[in-house]
Design a protein around this ligand. Structure first.
Ligand code: PEP
Length: 251
């Protein structure tokens, strides 16, 4: 039985005072959540705050991006080792906003995945199709190609301690969620793709769904056989809503 995992992606939101309130409310509410693991991926400047407020709690934290380089003349970039210094357990790689707005291609995403692993950080690899790709029946092909690019670069064994997030681009921040059946079909295809390389790794792989998850929709989505939790954007900024989503992971 794979453990459920719910990860909040704050994106570029927050300030010191609001974050403190949100993190304290999450920590206070965590005992109501049950067995699911919970994490928040905060903007870089707030990693120290997350570390100091969360270090002695079950709430894990991570980053939303990282450099594929170990160190050097890369102004503005943040390395995996720096994230490790701040106790990050997770780093999101290949979020569709990074791919679309910052031109991150599969090879760079794979290098970021490898950099995270090398520093002992669990990468959360995001894959997902655009609306046009779904409408032309390319969903599984697109997601498989995104996955293969990383599998080819790092090897399937690296997925033994990694997380994949299926995030249909058309569902992110739009209020439009994939139906549980649509999401399950893609999750099953992702697991089968990994199983083609290593069945054990595929069986243990946590595959999260992301795309406008709300407390109301989470239960049915998380109940699907190949859905192991969620990557949650907007709803992770409201403590009550995020906690309710985490609770739904245990039903
Ligand atoms: C995300 O940020 O990855 C995401 C899924 O956002 P939202 O939940 O707001 O759609």
């Amino acid at each position: 039985m794979r453990q459920k995992l719910v990860v909040g992606n704050w994106k570029m939101h927050g300030c010191g005072a609001d974050n403190r309130r949100l993190l304290q409310a999450l920590v206070a509410g965590l005992p109501t959540v049950g067995d699911a693991s919970v994490a928040v991926c905060v903007p870089f400047p707030y990693l120290a705050q997350a570390q100091s407020l969360l270090a002695a709690t079950p709430l894990a934290w991570g980053a939303q991006n990282l450099s594929e380089h170990a160190q050097g003349a890369y102004t503005g970039e943040v390395s995996a080792a720096m994230l490790a210094d701040f106790g990050c357990r997770y780093a999101i790689v290949g979020h569709s906003e990074r791919r679309a707005l910052y031109g991150e291609a599969d090879a760079q995403v794979a290098a970021k995945f490898a950099a995270a692993k090398a520093a002992g950080i669990t990468p959360i690899l995001c894959v997902g199709e655009t609306l046009a790709q779904r409408e032309s029946d390319e969903t599984v092909a697109v997601v498989s190609a995104q996955l293969d690019a990383v599998l080819d670069a790092v090897g399937v064994a690296a997925f033994a301690d990694a997380v994949v997030a299926y995030e249909p681009v058309w569902a992110i921040g739009t209020g439009r969620t994939a139906t549980p059946a649509q999401a399950q079909a893609v999750h099953a295809a992702i697991r089968a793709r990994v199983a083609g390389r290593d069945a054990d790794v595929a069986r243990g792989l946590q595959i999260l769904y992301g795309g406008s998850v709300k407390a109301q929709s989470a239960g049915e989505i998380f109940a699907q056989a190949d859905i192991d939790g969620g990557l949650v954007g907007g709803a992770s900024l409201v403590a009550e809503e995020f906690l309710a989503i985490c609770q739904a992971a245990n039903r």
